[in-house]
Every structure is written in C-alpha cells, then in structure tokens.
Design a protein around this ligand. Sequence first.
Ligand code: PLP
Length: 430
Amino acid sequence: MEYLSENGLDPTSFPSVVKFETEVISMAAAHLGGDDAVVGNFTSGGTESCILAVKTARDYARAERGITEPEVILPTTAHAAFQKGCHYLGCKPVLVDVNTTTFEADVEKVREAITDNTILIVGSACSYAHGTVDPITEMAALAAENGILMHVDGCLGGFLLPFFKQLGVDVPPFDFSVPGVTSMSMDFHKYAFAAKGASSVLYKNKDLRRYQIYTCASWTGYSISNPTFQSSKSAGPLASAWAVLNFIGQDGYVAMAKKMLDGFNQLKSYVADHPDLEIMGRPRMNLLAFESSTVSLFEVADLMKARGWYIQPQLGYGGSKENIHINVNPNCVKWMDDMLKDLGECVEEAKSAKQSALATMVKAAFADLNPADMSPEIFSQMLGMAGMSGAEVPEKMAEINEVLNSLPTALRARLLTEFMNDLFVYEGSK
Ligand SMILES: *Cc1c(COP(=O)(O)O)cnc(C)c1O
C-alpha cells in the first residue's frame, strides 16, 4: 500500500523500485532454470508480457534478419494475447492446429508452417484452455535449427509447474534449461498470488532484451526510455509481488501447491470416472477442461451458477469442442466434495434441457454472412435476439453461449465487440 502511488516511471529517481524489480526478476529467472545471462522486466500482466515478447522478436528480426513482414507461429492453444500482440504490432499470426487427443502443439505442423518470414514460435507451459504443456524441447530445437526465436508462455504455469514437478508430477522440460528457448513469460498475479498487475517477461540475454526497450529522444520533454509499455505506473503491484514472494517463500508455495494438487487429483478422477464427461488432453497442472457428448455444458454452467458455483464455459474452436474449464485454487479445495456433488446433479438436470431453437436458427441464418458487410444495427438486433442487449450481463448464459458457439468466429468476435461497446456506456444512476 505504501508503494501504491509511488511512480515506477524513472528508475534513476526511485532506486527502491529498481531494487524490487531486479530482485523479483532474478527470483523468476532462477525459478525458470535461467543462468546469469537471463534478464527481464516486471510487467502489468501476462498480456503485456506476451505482447512485449512479440515486439522484441519483431524488432530483433527486423534488425538482424531484415524481415519486414513478420510471422508468428501460434498453436491454436496459445493464449489470445499473442494474437492481440500481432494485431497491435503488424505481425501475421500463423495459427497451427494442435493434436486433438493431447491438445499439445503438433511439431510437424509447426515445422510445415515455418517460412522465411517466421520470427517467433510460441509454446505454452501450460495452456490456459486445457492445462497442457507443449513439446517445448522439440519446438525449441526446431526454432533454433531455423534461426527463429522461441517463446515459452509460462504466464499460468511458469510459477506453479516447478513446484508440481517437485511434488512428483510428470512435467516435461519447458524452461530456459531447454536449448533454443529464447524468452519466457510468467505471471505473479496467478499462482504466486501477488496482487493483480504483476507479471514478468524474461530473455536469454541482454542482446535480445535490448529490442524490447523503447527510447525516444526526439521531443521537447524528458528523454523517454521504457523497457515496458507503460511510462508512469504504480509501483504498488511490484512491491506487492516482492512482499508476497518473500512472505510466502519456497516452503509456503510448496504447501499451497500440494493442496492444489490434491484437490486437482480429486477433481480429475471424478471427471475421468463420470460417464457423461470427458477430460480434454493431458492436463499437467491444477486445471482441466472437459467436454460432453451427452449434455449441454453451457446448461450445466448455468445450473451450477444458480447453485452459487462459478465454472467457466469455453466456446468451441478448431478441434476443441465447447467445454468447461475448472482450476483449483488452495482456498477452493475445502469445497471440492460439495462442488462435485452439485456438478453431478447439474449434469443429470441438464439432460432434460432442450436444444436451443434460437441457436439452430441463428446458425442457419448467419453461417454464410460476412461481418464486414453487416451494419451495426444488424448486430444490435442479433444481440437483442440473444438476450444480450442493454448494459447488464445476463444471468442465464446458456442460450447466448449456444448462439455464439454456433457462429463462425469472425462473426462471433464482431458480436462480442458490439456487446462490449454497448456495455461500457454510462446510463446515469439507476
Ligand atoms: C492468463 C494468461 C495470459 C494472459 O495474462 P493476463 O495476466 O490475463 O493478461 C497469457 N497466457 C496464459 C497461458 C495465461 O493463462
């Protein structure tokens, strides 16, 4: 709290902020198998870390390889933040299908996607959607062979996986100890339990990190040299991360990891044994996604919500069917028995739910439409039909999810954009 309104803008004026950052980053580097050459920065979140990794790769490839039309290879399980980065930074995202049994990146498909313009290959450890770890060793070797950079997204798993490994979980190599890995991202505001706004991006060495830094000396104000996107920024999240890491410590994190692992194993066996549910791929951490071919999981999510549980539905994409994603946090474990009992009952209840007539109709009506040809009014009407108009998030989401799930992705994305655009409008005090 003391640092909440301190400014992280200028490291020369705020030496304590530099001390926090270098200490936190050196802990991160050591945690991720980095040697003394590994450097990095503290960022506001996983998204910023991922976008910075793309920016560094783009500027490195431009300077060192003369690449002007950069491409980034992304298995479809890679976090959306990388596509966002490509969008902001003028890089072409090259999406590559994953193995739909394991939900791990398919190395052969990655190989086929490489061109002379490829600047970066991204692997996940673990992926957000399914909790799976990509074959980082093979992907990084492929990258190195082709003179391409390799980023491992450890936003979610970078912090926890080393502890899970310590506890005997089978975790394939994924960090800086793997030859060819050139950068990594790791969040503190996920499984290090720091306050939100805390992540890191790390590079194999300073020669690479140089391309992350933006400097502007050509204006009339103070010279700007920013390693990350923000200039003036609160030092609060950094101080929080430093304090929490030191407060909990190795032993504390191992104890929490053990708790999450036990809870997760209970969840995993329950889902594995349930005749209507199927675990997707090989989850390696404390989260999993499951699909069903007998019940609507959107319906299950709503029924669970009505009983006070928030479980996250994920829409289908590529070879990944619509599913439910659950992660197990230390403070959830005590409710595991209750949750699983309710989950079982909700799955039974959902069996009597009717197919959404609206979704079927929408699917037929909009399948061939190009969102670029459609007016904002049409989107408003569609949102209204799906019960998504107005400035409130609807209670029952099953039908809306069903509709979104049935739409082509370009249309799905456009509809969500319109929804957001309507949501953030001040309508006076109600
Ligand atoms: C959460 C997450 C991100 C993005 O992080 P934010 O902190 O939400 O910006 C990136 N990659 C993975 C695998 C994640 O789980």
